[in-house]
Design a binder for this molecule. Structure first.
Ligand code: GLN
Length: 195
């Protein structure tokens, strides 16, 4: 099993560390040609969605990545990664990969709750630690299954080959969400490597 980690900006190293703790090989995706390497899944890290979106466009990676995801590549987006995957962003901002039937509300917790930790129920995993950093939440879902909520707001969801969390499991010691994603990747049909 080999997982590609989008490494343009943000907290990608933490995901690589998490994968290595789980005994899974990973590699960094920094440019278009990296997308032609065989991979069983892709992680889009937290960071700044506008910056990552701009870089994806400039590097010519947005279209190919969108095609790979719509062809079934298992993908896990955390925080900014959730925003990049959403088909809609509240406030009229143009979507980026526009792959998942959710609406993301950016920086949704206001200034006072810019960063906070919480222990909450994740469907199928029980109570897990959740670290939020200027996080979005999912304000609407049209086809995605909601997997976790905090104060009545959806903070994790899955739709087919796509998993998103508004929080950062890679910043906690808990490997369960990554394991959940690896199970998704394992059970998906083999994704053709060619871009
Ligand atoms: N606030 C960031 C954004 O809108 C997301 C923050 C994060 O990824 N921790 O892109």
């Amino acid at each position: 099993m080999r997982i590609g980690v989008l490494a343009l900006q943000g907290a990608f190293i933490e995901h690589e560390k998490m994968l290595s703790r789980l005994g899974v090989d990973s590699f960094e995706i920094r440019q278009l040609k990296d997308l032609s390497q065989p991979m069983d899944g892709l992680i889009i890290p937290g960071g700044e969605s506008t910056v990552q979106g701009k870089l994806l466009l400039e590097l010519g990676m947005m279209g190919p990545l969108r095609d790979m995801i719509s062809s079934g590549l298992p993908v896990f987006g955390t925080c900014a990664g959730l925003i990049l995957l959403a088909k809609d962003i509240e406030g009229g901002e143009a979507p980026h990969l526009a792959a998942m039937d959710i609406t993301a509300k950016r920086n949704a917790y206001g200034r006072q709750l810019g960063s906070f930790s919480f222990s909450g129920e994740f469907r199928g995993l029980g109570i897990i630690p959740m670290t939020f950093i200027r996080a979005p939440y999912i304000s609407r879902s049209n086809g995605a299954e909601i997997l976790a909520e905090v104060n009545g707001k959806a903070v994790a969801a899955r739709q087919k080959n796509m998993l998103v969390t508004a929080f950062h499991p890679e910043l906690t010691g808990d490997t369960s969400v990554h394991s959940y994603f690896l199970d998704m990747a394992q059970s998906s049909e083999k994704f053709p490597a060619a871009v």
